[in-house]
Design a protein around this ligand. Structure first.
Ligand SMILES: [Fe+2]
Length: 291
């Protein structure tokens, strides 16, 4: 068995509940690890029992029987990154709306390239990723675990192309992003950028736009959006994707939970973003969205 087989089996083990055939997929993955001595017979039996029911979460029966799935974490940085791309792709497959299929087709095109793990400690990530993942783990434990395992090897940076006086100090100091697939990313790609974006609680990411079409898939919430200065702020929960067309203005106001999202830029990735002036930023920065 190759490591890629292990990777696929890990993802299959957490196949989305309700997905047709997912019960059998989870059982086959459990069998894969059982044969390697990594899953006990009584745990495998739970997966067999649940296999005819695609909506049946084996976690419930495991807990009822006092069992746990103690699969060791991926043992290398490159495997952790590949697993993260796999989990993100699976997650995107559950989302509706424009842009999702395009981003997934670009992931499929570039995902098998060589992995270059990084290690860039980032204070925003250190402080705000754990609470964001704790929130995500309540509904998406496999994705949260994959982000937790992969995050230490991603090239986290703080975007510094905006003029400081335009973007404002709270965003400048309160965000970080990491490219998973793209130019200078963990896995190389041309004119495509897939990654994770993190913003501290209550921060306002002021009105801005860019030539790249952009998918946001927020993993936490609530948070506010508006699509042009003067437009109303729309509060959305997690897992409500936003597709921004080229040069379409957008603004994000983070709620009490750190904003963690998957982003995808599908072309024109070298063209920088620019801030769009508005007269009400002070009011929006003071605003508090209820959790
Ligand atoms: Fe954007």
């Amino acid at each position: 068995m190759t490591r890629v087989d292990d990777l696929r089996a890990r993802a299959d083990l957490h196949a989305a509940l309700g997905q047709p055939g997912s019960g059998r997929l989870r059982y086959a993955a459990a069998m894969h690890f059982h044969r390697k001595g990594l899953i006990a017979p009584e745990v495998l039996e739970v997966y067999r029992t649940c296999s005819p029911q695609d909506w049946e979460d084996p976690a419930g029966l495991l807990a009822a029987r006092g069992l746990t799935l103690d699969l060791p974490p991926p043992d290398t940085p490159d495997l952790a990154i590949r697993l993260l791309v796999e989990e993100i792709d699976r997650y995107l497959a559950t989302l509706p709306g424009p842009g999702v299929a395009e981003v997934r087709s670009l992931i499929a095109r570039w995902r098998d390239g060589p992995v270059t793990p990084a290690s860039a400690a980032n204070v925003v990530v250190g402080e705000h990723l754990p609470p964001a993942l704790a929130a995500l783990a309540q509904t998406h434990p496999a994705l949260a675990a994959a982000i937790r395992a992969g995050a230490p090897y991603l090239p986290w940076v703080t975007y510094d192309s905006y003029p400081p006086e335009q973007i404002g100090p709270s965003f400048r100091q309160g965000h970080a992003f990491a490219s998973l697939v793209g130019e200078g990313a963990a896995i190389p790609a041309e004119d495509f950028d897939l990654g994770l974006f993190l913003i501290a609680p209550h921060v306002l990411y002021r009105d801005h736009a860019h030539p790249a079409p952009e998918l946001y898939a927020p993993l936490t919430g609530p948070h506010g959006w508006r699509f042009g200065p003067g437009s109303p702020l729309i509060v959305k929960g997690p897992h409500e994707p936003v597709w921004n067309l080229p040069e379409a203005p957008h603004l994000t106001k983070v709620g009490p939970t750190p904003f963690l999202c998957v982003f995808g830029w599908t072309r024109d990735t070298r063209q920088p973003a620019h801030v769009i002036p508005a007269g009400d930023w002070a009011k929006l920065e003071a605003l508090r969205i209820e959790g």
